[in-house]
Design a protein. Structure first.
Length: 241
C-alpha cells in the first residue's frame, strides 16, 4: 500500500523520494474531526494491470516492494485522505481499500504522475489545505523535475489544485543527486503558507585565482550546473469548491 520509508527510489528518470508517515490535523470548527493524509502507490489512479503490483516486503528493511515502479503509466504516488469524526477513535482509512479512498490529487494530470511529501492544515474556517511536491507539470514526470502544488477542499471530498511554484525545479545535485531534503511544511489561518525545499538556485563557489574574488557556478556529476537546496515559501488563498 505504501512506498518505501524515506528512501530515494528511481522514478522514470532521476529519483523520487517518498514516505509512509502521515500528516495530521484537527478541524478547529469541529474538534472531533481529525484528518490524516499519507502517500500510497496503490490508489484510485494506480494501474496495477500495467505493472504496479505489490510484491510483499523487503525482508531486511520491511519496506513495501512493487513490480513495475518504472513502467510509465503504472505506479504513481497519490496522497490519500483518512478521516475520523469521533476524535481519532476510528478512521475510514482503516476499513476502506486505498483504491477507493479520497485522493487529494484530483487534477487529470495527477492521475499518471507522482505527488509526495505532503503537509496539511485546516484554516480557522474549516477549509483543509494540503501542500506537496508534484510532477504533473511540463515534463516533470519523465525528466525528474518537480513542482509544488496546493490542494484545498471545503467538504473533504472535492479538491481544487493550485500550482505554487512558477517553474519546475531541477533534480537535486547533492550527493550525486541521491539526496533530496525532506524539508516541507504548511501553516494556515486565513491563507495557506506552504514551505518547501527548492533547487532552482545554482550552487555558488569562489572562483579560483580571481582578484578581487569572484563567484562562479560549478558542474555536478548528474547536471551541468550544480544546484543549492533552499527553503522557499508562498502565501496563497486555499482553493476549494
Amino acid at each position: 500500500m505504501f512506498p518505501p520509508l524515506e528512501h530515494s527510489i528511481p522514478s522514470h528518470v532521476g529519483f523520487l523520494c517518498v514516505q509512509v508517515f502521515g500528516s495530521t490535523t484537527v478541524n478547529p470548527t469541529n474538534p472531533a474531526q481529525v484528518v490524516v493524509t499519507f502517500g500510497s502507490y496503490i490508489n484510485v489512479h494506480s494501474n496495477e494491470a500495467n505493472g504496479c503490483v505489490p510484491t510483499g516486503f523487503n525482508p531486511l528493511t520491511g519496506d513495501n516492494l512493487y513490480t513495475g515502479v518504472k513502467t510509465p503509466g503504472a505506479c504513481n504516488n497519490d496522497i490519500l485522505e483518512s478521516v475520523s469524526n469521533d476524535g481519532g477513535v476510528t478512521f475510514d482509512g482503516t476499513t476502506t481499500d486505498p483504491r477507493t479512498l479520497t485522493s487529494v490529487n484530483q487534477e487529470p494530470g495527477q492521475a499518471t504522475t507522482d505527488q509526495w511529501w505532503q503537509w496539511i492544515t485546516f484554516t480557522k474556517n474549516g477549509k483543509l489545505a494540503t501542500s506537496y511536491y508534484d510532477r504533473q507539470y511540463d515534463t516533470d514526470e519523465t525528466t525528474g523535475f518537480s513542482d509544488v502544488s496546493l490542494s484545498g477542499t471545503g467538504d473533504l471530498t472535492r479538491f481544487v489544485v493550485q500550482r505554487v511554484t512558477s517553474s519546475p525545479m531541477p533534480p537535486p545535485t547533492e550527493f550525486d543527486g541521491t539526496f533530496f531534503g525532506d524539508y516541507t511544511g504548511l501553516s494556515g489561518i486565513d491563507n495557506a503558507y506552504p514551505l518547501w525545499m527548492d533547487t532552482r538556485v545554482p550552487d555558488l563557489f569562489l572562483c579560483p585565482n580571481t582578484s578581487p574574488p569572484a563567484i562562479c557556478t560549478g558542474s555536478a556529476s548528474n547536471a551541468s550546473v550544480a544546484n543549492d537546496q533552499d527553503i522557499f515559501t508562498a502565501s496563497l488563498p486555499v482553493p476549494s469548491k
